[in-house]
Design a protein around this ligand. Structure first.
Ligand code: NAD
Length: 301
């Protein structure tokens, strides 16, 4: 009797083909993570507070899943997962795993995790895709801090194989195992790091991009030349300013603010050029213009 009660209220670890994930936030990363899951046969409920964001996300997912097929980033013989979109949080109670990918603002994430954590079954992993907020700061909010773990997918998630997994001091081993299982089903490689502001990737990349923008701001070189030198001389794959456009300049500024507040490192204070671009609505690929300009299909990818 007791065992039956336990089984009906605790999350049961799903098999590879039994995942049902809810993704919270239908922006750049929410859409990308959704595309990755769908092409691996995993059904997704994508949630956003903004209906227009859900409309844009459906178009992006449609485009990205086609690109994933063209680029051979899809496993053979796997039927695509089904996508549902909604503004309601009701699906989280049935999800095998919940991935939070909303705006990089501590207050928004804390409020959402408080609500979502009270709706999930105990033992259901709550995964945050934050770029810079320490996982343990967020773990103070859901009722079961041990269910929270970080998975820092990079953009675009359906093409980038490695995922920075952030183990908070209170993350339970079973939560990490659930995340590994999902990443395995999605054919991603995990690199596990300790909890800290910006972890490894944002701590190194975001101040570097801020410096690249500052170099342009100071008139040392133009946008094209900064990227050309970083690609041609230093082997950077896309150049820091094109990478900034891919990330989204609004998200980059939010993330730099978190890093600046939590580390005191002045290199992380967002430079005036970045702030001006965000103020003008030039957010990078997603808005069609940032440091560079983009066609409609590029905005979707
Ligand atoms: P984005 O601005 O493109 O999208 C955020 C979405 O969250 C918006 O559609 C917004 O309406 C939605 N949202 C806000 N509050 C919500 C709530 N309470 N419930 C549901 N939806 C809500 O942001 P993004 O670039 O996709 O970033 C999302 C997260 O992923 C951030 O934490 C960011 O730091 C992280 N991240 C971003 C990148 C990147 O390259 N952009 C890479 C890795 C991690």
């Amino acid at each position: 009797m007791t065992q039956e009660t336990t089984m009906s209220t605790e999350a049961v670890r799903p098999r590879h083909d039994e995942h049902r994930i809810t993704v919270l936030g239908a922006g750049t990363m929410g859409a990308g993570i959704t595309s990755l899951a769908l092409v691996h046969g995993v059904p997704v409920t994508l949630v956003d507070v903004d209906e227009a964001a859900l409309d844009r996300a459906r178009a992006r997912v449609d485009h990205q899943t086609r690109v994933a097929h063209l680029m051979g980033a899809v496993p053979e013989g796997v039927a695509p997962g089904r996508l549902s979109t909604t503004t309601s949080l009701s699906s989280v109670s049935e999800a095998t795993i919940v991935i939070e990918a909303i705006t990089e603002r501590f207050d928004l994430k804390a409020a959402l995790l408080t609500d979502v954590g009270s709706r999930t079954k105990p033992g259901t992993a709550l995964v945050t895709n934050t770029s810079s907020i320490p996982v343990d700061d967020l773990a103070a909010y859901p009722p079961r801090p041990e269910d929270l773990v970080g998975a820092h997918f990079m953009n675009p998630p359906y093409l980038i194989r490695a995922v920075e997994v952030v183990r908070g001091p209170r993350t339970a081993p079973r939560t990490l195992d659930a995340l590994y299982e999902l990443l395995d089903a999605l054919r991603r490689e995990s690199v596990v790091v300790a909890d800290a502001p910006g972890f490894v990737t944002s701590r190194l990349l975001h101040p570097m991009i801020n410096d690249a923008a500052r170099v342009v701001q100071e008139g040392v070189a133009n946008v094209e030349d900064v990227d050309a030198l970083m690609v041609g001389c230093l082997g950077h794959r896309t150049g820091p300013l094109r990478t900034a456009d891919m990330i989204g300049l609004d998200n980059l500024v939010d993330s730099l603010r978190v890093l600046h507040e939590r580390t005191g490192d002045e290199r992380c204070r967002p430079c005036d050029l970045l702030l001006a671009k965000v103020g003008a609505g030039d957010l990078g690929r997603k808005s069609g213009r940032g440091f560079f300009t983009y066609e409609r299909t590029e905005q979707l990818s």
